[in-house]
Design a binder for this molecule. Sequence first.
Ligand code: GLY
Length: 370
Amino acid sequence: MPINRREFVLSSAAAALAAANSQTAFGQAPTMMTPRSVKPVVISSSNGNRYKNGGTLTCVEKAFDLVTKGSDVLEALIEGVNIVELDPLDTSVGYGGLPNADGIVQLDSSVMHGPKKRAGAVASLEGVRTPSKVAWLVAEQTDHHLLVGKGAQDFARNMGFTIEDDLNTETSRARWLEWKRRTDPEHYLDPKKRDARGRQVMLEMVREGLLDENHLYGTINCDGVSPKGEICGVTTTSGLAWKIPGRVGDSPILGAGLYVDGAVGAAGSTGRGEANLFNLCSFLIVEEMRRGASPKDAGMTALKRIAAHTVEKRLLNARGRPNFGINFYVLNARGEHAGVSMYDATYASCDENGAQIVKTEALFEGKPGE
Ligand code: GLY
C-alpha cells in the first residue's frame, strides 16, 4: 500500500531511531547531530593570524570573510591558507618552507570536506607553492585520497599548475646551508646509539635565533564552520626542517594531521608529526567528541596519549616529559573550539568579533627543552 509523505517521514525517523538504538546496544556511541544554525568561526594555528603576504587580511580573516559571504567552507579555508603558503616569511609552509636534507622544499597537505565527505592529500610534492590546492583537486578530480612525490607533481602539472624548479627563498637556502655546515652530512640516526646530534644542532640554531622554534615542524592547520553547520579543514606544511628526503609527516595523513566528520567536528595539528602519526590523534579527537567530549577535553586526551607513548630517552627532557611541541586545533559542529598543546602555545580564531590570538590549554607548563 502506498504511504503518504508524512507517514514516510515518520517511519524513516522511527527507523533511524531504531538503528541508532541498536548501534548503542552494540556499544557504539551515537553520532552528534549537526545543529540547524551555528555562529560561524574559523580557527587555525597562530601563523594563520600573522602572515598577510603583502595583503590586508590574514588566513583566518580571509577565510571567515568568505564563509560569511556564503562561499564553500573548504574553498574559503584553502584561500586562507594560500596566503601563508605564498608568504616567504613563513618558513614552515609552502614557498620558502625550510627544505629537506638535500636542500629541496618538499610539501605535504591534506583537505577534508565535511558535508561532501571528500578528502584529498599530497605528500613530498616539489615545485608547487600551494599544495593545499593540489590536495583539493585530488579530492575533486580523482577516485584517490593521497598522491605522493613525482606522481603528485605530474598530477599538478596536468591540472594546469606551473612546476617551479626551486621553492627556496634566500632565507630558507641560507638556513639550510648553515645546518649543512654544522652537521655531519651523514645525519641519519645511528640505530645503536639513537644519536640525538641532529636535533641538538637544530636546538642550537633556535637558541642562536637563526631558526624559529615553531618552524622546525611548522605547519598551518585551519578549520571552519559555516552558519549552516558545514565543517571543513585543511593542513599544509613544508614538514620537518632538514628531513630525510621523502619523509612524510602527519599533515597529509587523514586521521593524523587532519580529520573532519561533518556531523561531529574537525581536528588538525602542528608540531612533531612523528608523535601524531604514531597515535593518529586527529581521528582520536573527533571520535572523543563523537562520544560527547568537549573540544578541549578531546584534545587533552590526545596529548596524554602522546605523552604516555613517548618513552625513548632521546625524546624526553630532564623532567622525563616529551621534549617536543605538538598542538591540536579542535572545532565541533556547534562552533565551539579549543587549541591544546603539549607546552604553552597560542592559536588563532576569527568570528563576528574579529580575529584574535589566544593561549592554548597546555598539558605541561614550561618549554619542551626544560
Ligand atoms: N607537523 C608537520 C610535520 O611534522 O611534518
